[in-house]
Design a protein around this ligand. Sequence first.
Ligand SMILES: Nc1ncnc2c1ncn2[C@@H]1O[C@H](COP(=O)(O)OP(=O)(O)OP(=O)(O)O)[C@@H](O)[C@H]1O
Length: 248
Amino acid sequence: MASVVEIREVTVAFGGLRALRGVDLDIAQGERLAVIGPNGAGKTTLFNVIAGDIAPTTGTVVIRGQDCTRRPSRHRPRLGLARTYQKARAFAGLTVRENIYLALAGHRGRHRALWRTPADRAMGDEAADVADRVWLSGQLDELAGELAHGQRRQLELAMAIATRPDVMLLDEPASGLSRGERERLVELLESFDDRLTLLLIEHDMDVAFRIAQRVVVMADGEQVMAGTPDEVRADPHVHRIYLGTEAA
Ligand SMILES: Nc1ncnc2c1ncn2[C@@H]1O[C@H](COP(=O)(O)OP(=O)(O)OP(=O)(O)O)[C@@H](O)[C@H]1O
């Protein structure tokens, strides 16, 4: 199957520090891929390169056949790529519906006031459909700032989904969530259309291994191993560098 994201020989240098050292990565349409690794491994840098938030020092980034190496992040939604951020981006003083509405409007280049025209009203209805897809139908009129932590994360997903992505980059989606909320998040991500490609960085191994079909392990700016969750779990090298212990 054709790759939706192709990373070739990507290096990122921050002054003298090489955060990425010649990384190659192909992501297939519909694939669920998790990137794991110890602190400072280069996961966030790789993610930022794919999202267009950092231009690589050398190497190329191709998304759906288009060379995006030097294109800034604002072009990514047009190529079907959306990302979430670790830090919440929803407006706390707006409702769930309004936040999703603004994500829809922003994606379509409409930055006007809320609900002025019939087209805007249709977008309000569409916002309700998007909320439904992230299990927030019951919270449409609640303020984002009053949502529980897990619901707020669902709203972040909704705002990414509003751009109708083919590829979603999820930056530590489970961070800060309670056990119950993490469980719900896994179930929600599993409920997404299986044509949607998901790339996530995740520190919670349980979440990463349950969602991913393939896990890429990074250390010191390089990919040290890639495999199924079972393969990665059993790899003694991964235990050494990542978990600091030998496989049992
Ligand atoms: N803007 C920057 N300027 C300088 N150095 C940076 C910058 N961003 C990252 N680094 C460095 O690059 C290396 C890789 O960082 P990166 O954040 O990509 O790792 P990570 O695997 O995401 O780590 P963590 O799990 O702690 O988030 C680290 O040594 C980090 O200190």
